[in-house]
Design a protein around this ligand. Structure first.
Ligand SMILES: Nc1nc2c(ncn2[C@@H]2O[C@H](COP(=O)(O)OP(=O)(O)OP(=O)(O)O)[C@@H](O)[C@H]2O)c(=O)[nH]1
Ligand SMILES: [Mg+2]
Length: 336
């Protein structure tokens, strides 16, 4: 299968070739990992990139005696997707992590409370989504490892403070710092121009502290300037307002589908964890997720749509092609 590498990937690869320091190489490789098309044709290449990245990080650690430290700055992916909380100091990133997950980050009414990345798992219906809280993206604090975490995430929540009048400046400052790391926050899926050297990070604006006195005015200003480019969700980590719609939007923006399997003649066990796949995945992708060997062994498949399906045609045990695209909640019966 051809790899079909995108211009964005090739640009990152060129930067890797041109890099003169280990840090630059690590950054370029991280970007290659983030933008490489994820399909069967690139599996070997992805494995090779992971190996090279691990080797380089190891070398960097040995050189600077910081292998333990660098481990503290990276977060192992977990769950159905990885979402990073970014923003200026004191916006309420850690407070949101604490409301949405069982994590217990330090929260303070002074800037730079958070020093290290901290993950937490957000339950959403029958899956868990990983949230990662990081220090503020601020000129006094920004370090390249923070860009690395943003680059690897599936989605960013740009947390802004509706209680302050400088929220527009704050967004500009965060965007400018990330831009220096060749990351562009984007409300849409990706670059309009495929040649862009930027890594586009899908982003939602989370307008926190909607309970604050001037919140309504600041929300209107925020909507006027950024409403056409980003989805803006007003919330309050203090009162809990807006958190349910936020959970729902995080799930939707991750663009994932939950697939269940069943054995012939048996009912599907909807209480066991589903297989989580990217939106657009096919019956064959699901077969691969169930078991590698199923890809070759698969003879036919039957499908049942979920009761919540919004499709005009609902499936009720019909046979489908291997290339049939799956929908959230589909139940599959694989015949091998
Ligand atoms: N009124 C109000 N205060 C909030 C809300 N969310 C957070 N705060 C307060 O804002 C302050 C900063 O909260 P943190 O969660 O530590 O903010 P942060 O963005 O993690 O800050 P850094 O780690 O320094 O970047 C604390 O005093 C919180 O209690 C909210 O929704 N409403
Ligand atoms: Mg914090």
């Amino acid at each position: 299968m051809p790899a079909n590498l995108t211009p964005q990937y090739l640009a990152a690869e060129q930067r890797f070739k041109d890099a003169t320091t280990t840090q630059e190489k690590v950054e370029a490789l991280e970007e290659m990992m983030a933008v490489i098309p994820k399909h069967k044709g690139t599996e070997k290449l992805q494995a090779d990139l992971r190996r090279r990245l691990a080797k380089l990080r190891n070398e960097a650690g040995k050189k600077h005696g910081i292998s333990k430290a660098s481990a503290m700055y990276s977060i192992q992916r977990d769950g159905a997707g990885q979402v990073v909380l970014i923003g200026g100091a004191n916006a309420g990133k850690s407070s949101l992590l604490s409301c949405l997950t069982h994590a217990t980050p330090e929260i303070g009414d002074y800037p730079f409370t958070t020093r290290l990345p901290q993950p937490g798992m957000m339950p959403y219906e029958n899956i868990k989504i990983q949230l990662v809280d990081i220090p503020p993206i601020d000129p006094n604090y920004y370090e390249p490892w923070m860009g690395g975490i943003v680059r690897q995430a599936d989605l960013a929540l740009l947390v802004v403070d509706l209680g302050t009048d400088d929220l527009l400046d704050e967004i500009e400052s965060v965007s400018a710092l990330l831009s220096d790391s060749r990351i562009r926050l984007s409300g849409n899926t990706g670059p309009e121009n495929e040649q862009s050297p930027f890594m586009f990070c899908r982003t939602l604006i989370v307008a926190n502290k909607c309970d604050a006195p001037d919140a309504q005015t600041n929300l209107e200003i925020l909507r006027e300037f950024f409403g056409s480019r980003f989805l803006i969700l007003p919330v309050s980590a203090k009162t809990g307002e807006g958190l349910d719609p936020l959970r729902q939007k995080i799930f939707e923006e991750l663009n994932i589908v939950r697939i269940y399997t069943k054995l012939p003649g048996k009912k599907a066990d909807l209480s066991s964890p589903p297989f989580v796949l990217k939106h657009g995945s096919t019956v064959l992708d699901a077969a691969r997720a169930v078991h590698r060997e199923f890809v070759h062994a698969l003879k036919s498949a039957k499908i049942w749509s979920s009761e919540k399906s919004r499709r005009s045609v609902k499936y009720d045990g019909q046979m489908v092609e291997r290339t049939h695209q799956l929908e959230d909640g589909d139940i599959l019966e694989l015949h091998i």
